[in-house]
Design a protein around this ligand. Sequence first.
Ligand SMILES: [Zn+2]
Length: 66
Amino acid sequence: MASKKKGPRQHIGLKCSECDNFGYITSMNKNNEQLKKQAGEATFPINKYCNKCRKHTEHKQAKKLK
Ligand SMILES: [Zn+2]
């Protein structure tokens, strides 16, 4: 019997902050992220290549995926 545990690791989407292109799906550890935020080292926004802009842009966390 596999129980569905809601862990700290969540899937999120990454969206380009310039053109809103939804380019990446990644996962993050919510607990780690909170610790990083407190230390002022938050992962997001993150610099990633955008296919639409054809350059590196800031990507923001778009939404939680199921
Ligand atoms: Zn873009």
